[in-house]
Design a protein around this ligand. Sequence first.
Ligand SMILES: [Cu+2]
Length: 197
Amino acid sequence: MPRKTSIAVAAAVTAGLPLALAVPAWSHGYTTSPPSRSYLCGQHKVQNCGQVQWDPDGVEGPKGFPSSGPRDGTICAGADGRWGELDDQRGGTGWPATKVTSGQSFNVSWHFTAPHSTTSFRYFLTKDGWDSTKPLTRNSLDLTPVINKSYGGRQPSDRDVHSGTLPQRQGRHILLSVWDIADTGNAFYQCIDVDFG
Ligand SMILES: [Cu+2]
């Protein structure tokens, strides 16, 4: 009987340990304004999102974009198959898009469920003529960021606003936000659908 109990306890500890270790890793962030795909899924404003609806703050993948990082076609999910629905273009028009205007200033806000020591926040916009029916690739993006905000290792807060000016574009585009973490090998990826009209 004591032996059986200790085996049961050992099994519970073994089963529980990976879960306990995984919990802090679930806490990161997402853009709220304009809303990202993962945030819209977390708000249940978009259906058929899969698991990301429960973990909208966890879209994390290898850093180093664009020279490394998530491979083409997996960028919106941070190369993590659990969030694969984020790479589905839904026919090119299926994601809600925030209306924006070329030449005007715009602001991006985040909600952080856990801040991290940060290298930078960078924002990339797709080029006119990109194929909005196909998952996002480097070739679809202007790889010169429209915003590049360096943090030098400090932690962001929900009060931070990242501001820039929108270049000339027509129709629907993706604003890709990359949150580069300073003290891990990872970055957070957020795809934000925008519509220039
Ligand atoms: Cu985190």
